[in-house]
Write a protein that binds this ligand. Structure first.
Ligand code: ARG
Length: 498
């Protein structure tokens, strides 16, 4: 009976080693507190595994029934973070043995290992996180596009080097953000395909002599297939790196949007104002309204980049096969998901409650000769080489700037004197200047993807369709997992009753 007592104690793996661990060593080894995130996946994985063992006549009906009932009851368990177990896999198995007895519960770990188990749990967690992230991203894109719809004619300067470059519209920026987030959705969407493969049944590294069916557990858990090579299945964390990389890129995109908004909300710019519920006050300066949420987006992005570096550094020198170092990357994955999802969840209301100061944007766009390039292009359309047009405009802008007046206020005489070397008709130049405004320029800006009014309208319509297409795809994926889990649950219930 001694083996039963050993197995029924919480610490199950130490029979080969003799003494129990002291508290400090256990703390050092244990991943229990971070494993709470994967507890439910571990239970589901174990249910699929034992059903497969039963269906392949490796365990009996009575045994599967007892194990499934124990696992089912653990779904509601508040796992003790201070338990003596080294991780959630050991804790769950010991609790199953306690509830179902060693004769049945002791068979749950047949033909698998914590090495395939932990990789399975991480894959299931990332798979769900990707689906949540894709939906949050699509919500944010939708918000950006609907805001763009309202600001198709909101004129503002476009910046390069943070210096005013061309005249444009606010919707153009918002659509640029939407497009960068579409690429993030796409990256995550593709990564999902590589995450969605089951490593279960790979064992510790080399597989098993017990006649298991890996395809069947994969199917029960909603995976598209298996990670075939058992060495690869247990060793690789490249899917983690891929996921965290995609999220790090997503976060840098969000961080750049946040930075634009921080700049535009300064009193110097005053292009936008964040709503009170999104801003934070200063503890001493009563007049202040700080964009803390946007600053935290920048700060949390650095954290995700740090997680990516930590994971890469852990994996790069590891010999093939499971190494306990891999335990350390888990909290970085959970934190990556939590940061990115919460950032998207706060950015959406920030966008929805944003006040846009259209007057201020227009004033900034009108003040600084932003139509110079549009005027030059009109000269080009009159057969004048671009280099000559550029030179003409450079001279005109310089004169107007010195005289502190608008281009349209330059007299024919001034124009004539300034462009005489070019032999271009000053009347033509004057007439073009007189008839060019930001509004006429934006009407004529027709190249694909430009700030032109028509292009804004076209892109908005197109992006709405694109959101819907991605939505259909992610919903389908969501449903595949939901259906698999519902079927698994049905199987569990039937077997528990029989
Ligand atoms: N707690 C471990 C982890 O998170 C589980 C796998 C342990 N495997 C082992 N052979 N020690 O990675």
């Amino acid at each position: 009976m001694l083996y039963i007592t050993i197995l029924e104690s919480m610490v199950m793996y130490r029979s080969r080693l003799g003494n129990d661990l002291n508290k400090i060593t256990l703390d050092y080894l244990s991943s229990i507190s971070e494993d709470i995130e994967i507890a439910l996946y571990d239970i589901l994985g174990s249910q699929a595994h034992v059903i497969m063992l039963y269906e392949n006549k490796i365990i009996t009906k009575t045994e599967v029934k007892k194990i499934l009932s124990a696992l089912e009851s653990l779904k509601k368990e508040k796992f003790d973070k201070k338990s003596d177990a080294e991780d959630i896999h050991e804790l769950i198995e010991s609790l199953v043995i306690k509830k179902a007895g060693t004769a049945s519960g002791g068979k749950m770990h047949t033909a698998r290992s914590r090495n395939d188990q932990v990789s399975l749990d991480i894959r299931m967690k990332i798979r769900d996180d990707i689906n949540v992230l894709c939906n949050c991203l699509l919500d944010t894109i939708e918000t950006l596009v609907s805001l763009a719809k309202q600001h198709q004619k909101t004129v503002m300067p476009l910046y390069t080097h943070l210096q005013q470059a061309q005249a444009g519209v606010f919707s153009h920026y918002l659509l640029a953000y939407a497009d960068s987030l579409f690429r993030d959705v796409d990256r995550l969407y593709v990564t999902y395909g590589r995450v969605n493969e089951s490593p279960l049944g790979a064992g510790p590294i080399g597989g098993t002599s017990i006649p298991i069916d890996r395809q069947s557990t994969a199917k029960m858990l909603g995976f598209k297939g298996i990670v075939e090579n058992s060495i690869d299945a247990t060793s690789t964390r490249d899917f983690v790196i891929e996921y965290v990389s995609a999220v790090a890129i997503l976060m840098t995109n969000l961080s750049k949007i946040a930075e634009d908004f921080v700049i535009w909300s300064t009193s110097e710019f005053s292009f936008i104002e964040l709503s009170d519920e999104i801003s934070s006050p200063s503890s001493v300066m009563p007049q202040k309204k700080n964009p803390d949420i946007l600053e935290l987006t920048r700060g949390k992005t650095s954290e995700v980049i740090g997680h990516l570096m930590a994971i890469l550094a852990t994996v790069k020198g590891l010999a093939t096969g499971y190494g306990r170092d891999l335990q350390q990357i888990k909290p970085a994955i959970w934190s990556t998901s939590k940061i990115s999802i919460s950032t998207l969840l706060v950015l959406k209301p920030m966008l929805l409650t944003l006040r846009v100061n259209e007057k201020q944007m227009k004033k900034a766009a009108e003040g600084n000769y932003l139509i110079a390039l549009d005027v030059a292009e009109k000269l080009v359309k009159n057969g004048i080489p671009f280099r000559t047009s550029y030179k003409i405009l450079a001279q005109l802008v310089q004169r107007a700037y010195r005289a502190k007046k608008q281009l349209s206020k330059l007299s024919i005489a001034e124009i004539k004197q300034l462009i005489k070397e070019t032999r271009v008709d000053p009347k033509l130049v004057s007439q073009i200047i007189q008839t060019t405004s930001i509004f006429s320029s934006l009407k004529e800006r027709s190249s694909e993807g430009s700030s032109g009014y028509e292009e804004q309208k076209r892109m908005i319509g197109n992006r709405i369709k694109k959101v819907n297409a991605y939505r259909t795809g992610t919903t389908k994926r969501d449903n595949q997992v939901i259906t698999a889990f519902a079927n698994l649950s049905k199987k569990v219930k039937v077997l528990m009753k029989e």
